[in-house]
Design a protein around this ligand. Structure first.
Ligand SMILES: [Zn+2]
Length: 271
């Protein structure tokens, strides 16, 4: 199978119990490994290979190219920093989770890495939205502070739910309150009195739709449930979710770029 000599791969039934989370992926499981062996699995084919690279390559791409795109000197520096960290965070935790999930530390290492992966998703939900809150309520400083605080509290609750969740359904549900809050912000932009670039609203709605779709695909185990074993290496539900997450981050970024160029030429009306 691979392009370099890896260890003999395991099938679902002979893989470690904590790695048996998708019964429609039948083959390609890496054996229990040391750190070094996990790193070596970057160079041969197995059933986490696609998951590692669908977030690993975008991570490097975002790390290097987003800074060239962000207007650091034209707007408040904190917005740029928070936005940059938001775009990077979900891919970091994900790559570590998928690369080291078969580490010899067993279920406890696996669970720690899964929490780290979920924490990255929580961070993009939290940090990604704070500049949106700021810009939507730009002319209402006290409401803006209250909304930021409310969003942070919802985020803390979401993080707690996400890292303690025991199923993919509950993991997705952890993000519901933050998503509803964002929807409320988008309504404010649409009907007023919220502010922001008119072009970014559509981009943010696309961002949230893609993220939700990714979560639903991941829960539904489509397409592999219809043909178990056929999507072990490529294009299973988790990989499709990874790609939808990357697209969603791109839409966040494009929406924020619109907002950041809008903010430089906007003045709140005088009281
Ligand atoms: Zn993943």
């Amino acid at each position: 199978m691979g392009f370099s000599n890896g260890p003999r791969l395991l099938d679902f039934k002979s893989s470690p119990p904590h790695l048996q989370f998708n019964k429609f992926v039948l083959t390609g499981y890496r054996p229990i490994s040391t750190y070094r062996e996990c790193l070596q699995s970057l160079f041969y084919m197995h059933n986490e290979f696609g998951n590692i690279y669908t977030h690993g390559i975008p991570f490097l791409f975002f790390l290097l190219f987003l800074p060239l795109n962000i207007p650091w000197s034209e707007v408040d520096w904190w917005i740029c920093v928070v936005h940059y960290l938001a775009c990077l965070s979900p891919t970091v935790g994900s790559v570590l989770y998928h690369l080291f999930m078969n580490h010899e530390g067993g279920a406890s290492v696996y669970n720690t890495l899964l929490s780290l992966d979920m924490f990255g998703v929580c961070l993009v939900n939290t940090l990604g939205a704070l500049p949106i809150v700021h810009i939507t309520l730009l002319c209402y400083p006290s409401s803006r502070c209250a909304a930021m605080l409310a969003y942070l509290l919802l985020s803390l609750y979401g993080i707690h739910c996400a890292v303690t969740a025991r199923s993919n359904v509950n993991r997705l549900r952890s993000f519901a309150w933050q998503a509803l809050f964002r929807l409320f912000l988008f309504m404010l932009r649409w009907i007023g009195p919220g502010t922001g670039s008119p072009a970014s609203l559509r981009l943010y709605l696309t961002m949230d739709s893609l993220a939700l779709l990714g979560g639903l695909v991941n829960i539904s185990r489509i397409p592999e449930r219809f043909s178990p074993g056929r999507f072990d290496y490529w294009l299973n539900s988790h990989q499709i979710m990874h790609m939808l997450v990357i697209l969603s981050i791109l839409y966040l970024h494009w929406g924020m770029l619109e907002d950041l160029s809008w903010i430089t030429s906007f003045q709140c009306p005088a009281e």
